[in-house]
Ligand binder design. Sequence first.
Ligand code: CIR
Length: 259
Amino acid sequence: MLMAITREISPAIRQCELTHLTRAPIDLDRARAQHADYEWALVEAGITVRRLPTTDDMPDSVFVEDIAVILDELAVITRPGAVSRRAEAPAIMDALVKTRALHFRPMVMIEEPGTLDGGDVLVLGTRVYVGSSSRTNAAGIDQLRRHATRAGYTVQALPVRGCLHLKSAVTAVGPETVLLNPAWIPEDAFADYERIAIDPRERHAANAALLPDRVIYPAAFPRTRERLEAAGVKIRPVDVSELAKAEGAVTCCSLIFEV
Ligand code: CIR
């Protein structure tokens, strides 16, 4: 059974971390409605959703993806690069216990001086790609490499330039297919995969959330959506315009794992 952890939007989201965007007013009610529709898209795909509560001192806590990397064999609790986000981890660990995610998976932690954001980790089969970014440092990458290698994965680090996370630049849209922004990630790093490039007029269009039979995809990128559909990708569109103002996209709002 597939399970997703999500987390409600903090009223403090207006004070969220921003790296490449300028602050724009966020309509909290609208953001919550959009987030609820995103969760509904997970439910429609047969995924059981567990939404965690939050508090008003965790502006970015809706972006649960950054706090853990859940492989079939182990769960890695990250140490986020933004200090303001480190308080988000205990509730996620608690939820992993309660959802039985840790029943057959050991849990390991990224430790100081390592930093790692889950948004920098792209898992394609037994390959793990990890972005070296403003959030994820060399020590964090080394620790992830050690843990994932032991579990049978190969780990490749890639530089992240021009965007926040590796998954701002490239995500999976099928078992052997990636969607990428060639301006932010060298295409040849993914030469072994089918590649779909975003429409260059839609810079933030490379983040798609792959579910077993469909892809959750932002309504804001119709031109890239056409390219995906032409390649046979089934799209469930979501309007995430308010979360986009917080520099979030669609992978970042859930942690999906098998229980
Ligand atoms: C941050 O800067 O940490 C948040 N405002 C956005 C995080 C988005 N996370 C993601 O795409 N994995």
